[in-house]
Design a protein around this ligand. Structure first.
Ligand code: C2E
Ligand code: MG
Ligand code: MG
Length: 691
């Protein structure tokens, strides 16, 4: 057929369907095509142009199978069309994939009608609806579904879909064994029927919150699972359009445990597992806030184990550590559950008590703390005795802040130490004052030696039987412009603490030995010089060599030198002390135990160390005339010293009666105000020359 003829046929056929075509022409979203019995295009609306890309002019007269039918369908379409024409078998409406002008697939829902026009021509009309958007949406939905399934698989989290009231509609999990109860037990149920009351309430609170605020909300909770307590984080979100709740639950047990561990390490002492300094002080601050609010007292108890260093040094740190653990345990037994026992470091502990109103209650606790240490500790097959020194500061009397109270409790603890250990002491304003004074003394002492503020005084010693001077004790004096005369009882311990005692000690040695030389020469007497030695001086490695050097330089014979040592030196129990004493003794220097009777195991020291002289403390001499036990003690001491071959010196003899008793008891030497106060070198020279 020529093209001219075709157009004639077409126009002829077209005209006949005009009203319908006018309707189709107006529709862009639906493709309507008309075909004659040869499947040539007789109608092609705008919708077809849009869908298939051919213009009406391009499509007109072309065959259906040449235009939009993919090759593989070609024969099928021709046959089906023929079949319809000849046998009246309709081509059913269907979703099919056709082809556009550029060869791309076009998904359509295609419906067909066949009718015969008034000229008897059979015409097939195809109405194709573009399905590509729907297909795409379906593909997207499918993709999303696959993606979600993969995510659910890959993420260890649990997903729940719930109604607003907490009824569980659906869930997803990659590990069913992680579920609190089996799905059969919870699907369709309200979570309040499954979860513990407190947790389901928490969920409901957050559900209500997300509905109101339209923002995700999260919280943490814990559940007792068959394998123990597990920790979870729940994220709750609201699907506004569906009015449903999505809950994502993550198991954070591992995370929680490691965070807990870090927290624990930061706040607790790893050895005793007690709160560390940081946590203890934090608790103290909390306690103080509460105490301020409730108008109650709070108590800070500072504890220090006595001589703990000795345990470490003699038995080793391992035993020391074990002892600390046991000690910590005992401390916790004394206090109430709500009180805090913390370790501040080393052998220092702290006890914090709250809700107190009465000082006596605190006293009881302090006594109990001491008492609980009275039973020996059993360790490594030994029984070890350990005592405590306790300092107590009370809020609000002794301070308002945590740091003030801690410092004051510490000060009180030192007070307890100086009271002889194994005891407690309360912080008082007086104590605080004495600490302030200590600070001042320390400051003033700094350059006092250079300023020439020190002077050595000498107190003569007398032989009881002959009443003659046998020697003197060197006693240091300090006169300071600001502080006036400061007693050695006050400045010696401070010099010990600051280390100044080493240079001070050397000064005393040189002064005293120099004077001794001069004194001996003047009076032509074999006087002795007693010099006091402090514990710290023993720690000085060069003590013995320095002594030897001084003796040599000044050319004084060692036999004229006597060193007075208090128990403080011996209590350290260090090997080097033993050694130093042995060396000193070997040099021919006399060793004297000073202040005998004030410590608690003096007798064993006498046996242990090479002493030649024993000086009975003046407190006993003071009581000798009035107090029978004192007198008995002095008597026994003299008898014992005599039998050990030790010379006995009574210090602090103030009266004639005291002297008379001492003489009767067989004391060898005396020293005291009754005979002479400590004198300057010049005064002593004058004094002794008159004798
Ligand atoms: P100490 O070694 O027991 O010295 C005896 C103390 O008793 C001296 O006090 C002395 O003045 C005092 N005294 C002597 N006779 C009497 C008396 O009849 N009645 C009374 N009530 N007291 C008497 P001082 O000089 O105040 O010394 C106190 C302590 O300071 C000394 O006790 C000694 O341990 C220490 N000390 C003094 N000078 C030195 C020194 O150069 N080096 C060292 N390391 N310690 C020293
Ligand atoms: Mg002395
Ligand atoms: Mg003394």
């Amino acid at each position: 057929m020529s093209s001219d003829k075709i157009s004639k046929v077409l126009s002829h056929q077209y005209e006949l369907n005009d009203p319908l075509h006018q309707l189709f022409d107006a529709v862009r979203v639906i493709s309507v095509q008309g075909y004659d019995d040869q499947r040539r295009v007789i109608y092609w609306n705008e919708g077809s142009e849009v869908l298939y890309g051919y213009t009406k002019a391009e499509a007109s007269g072309k065959k259906l199978e040449d235009l939009i039918i993919p090759t593989y369908m070609r024969q099928g379409v021709i046959d089906a069309h023929q079949n319809w024409l000849k046998n009246g078998i309709e081509i059913p409406a269907a979703e099919i994939t056709l082809r556009n002008k550029s060869g791309a697939d076009v998904s359509v829902f295609s419906s067909h009608v066949m009718f015969t026009n008034q000229y008897g021509n059979q015409q097939m009309y195809c109405i194709d609806i573009d399905l590509s958007d729907i297909r795409e949406a379906e593909a997207q939905a499918l993709f999303k579904q696959h993606m979600l399934e993969t995510i659910f698989e890959a993420i260890p989290d649990l997903f729940f879909l719930m109604e607003k009231d907490g009824r569980i509609i659906d869930y997803h999990t990659s590990k069913k064994e992680d579920l609190y109860v089996s799905p059969q037990q919870f699907i369709g149920k309200n979570m309040s029927e499954i979860l513990p009351d407190e947790i389901s309430k928490k969920f409901q609170t957050h559900i209500n919150k997300v509905i109101k605020q339209k923002e995700m909300s999260s919280f943490e909770y814990d559940l007792t699972m068959p394998q123990g307590i597990s920790y979870f984080e729940a994220r709750v979100a609201y699907l506004t359009e569906y009015k449903q709740i999505i809950v994502v639950i993550r198991d954070i047990t591992e995370q929680y445990k490691s965070a807990e561990l870090i927290r624990h390490q930061a706040y607790y002492d790893s050895l005793t597992l007690l709160p560390n300094r940081f946590l203890a002080l934090d608790r103290l601050s909390q306690i103080l806030i509460e105490a301020k609010r409730t108008n109650q007292k709070a108590v800070v108890i500072f504890l220090d184990l006595d001589d703990f260093k000795k345990v470490n040094d003699s038995l080793g740190h391992e035993i020391g550590d074990k002892l600390l653990v046991k000690a910590a345990h005992r401390l916790t037994q004394v206090v109430r559950k709500e009180d805090t026992v913390g370790r501040l470091g080393g052998d220092e502990f702290i006890v914090l008590l709250k809700g107190f109103s009465n000082h006596n209650d605190v006293l009881t606790i302090a006594e109990n703390l001491l008492k609980v240490f009275r039973t020996p500790f059993k360790l490594a097959g030994r029984e070890l005795m350990l005592t405590l020194s306790i300092g107590i500061a009370i809020y609000p009397e002794n301070g308002n802040s945590a740091s003030d109270l801690l410092r004051n409790a510490d000060t009180a603890m030192y007070q307890a130490k100086s009271l002889g250990r194994n005891t407690f002491s309360f912080f008082t304003v007086e104590m605080n004052k004495s600490m302030q004074r200590r600070f001042e003394v320390e400051e003033q002492m700094h350059a006092a030696l250079e300023r020439g503020e020190f002077e050595v005084y000498y107190q003569p010693k007398f032989e009881v039987n002959t009443n003659s001077i046998v020697g003197a004790e060197a006693l240091l004096r300090w006169n300071n412009a600001t502080l006036g005369n400061v007693s050695p009882n006050e400045f010696i311990p401070i010099a010990e603490h600051t280390g100044l005692i080493i240079t001070l000690g050397e000064y005393v040695f040189n002064q005293a030995l120099g004077f001794l030389k001069h004194w001996q020469q003047c009076d032509k007497q074999a006087y002795t010089m007693a010099i006091n030695l402090s514990p710290r001086q023993f720690r000085d490695q060069s003590l013995v060599t320095n002594l030897q050097k001084s003796l040599q330089t000044i050319s004084v014979n060692a036999e004229f030198l006597e060193l007075e040592i208090t128990e403080g030196v011996l209590m350290n129990g260090q090997a080097y002390i033993h050694e130093s004493l042995a060396q000193i003794s070997a040099l021919g220097i006399t060793l004297s135990q000073d202040d005998f009777g004030t410590g608690y195991s003096s007798l064993s020291y006498l046996r242990q160390y090479p002493f030649d002289v024993l000086k009975i403390d003046r407190s006993f001499i003071h009581g000798i005339t009035t107090n029978k036990p004192d007198c008995d003690l002095v008597k026994a001491t003299i008898a014992m010293a005599n039998s050990l071959g030790l010379t006995v010196v009574a210090e602090g003899v103030e009266t004639e009666q005291q002297f008379a008793i001492l003489k009767r008891l067989g004391c060898d030497l005396v020293q005291g105000f009754y005979f002479s106060r400590p004198l300057t070198a010049t005064q002593l020279l004058k004094f002794s020359s008159k004798q």
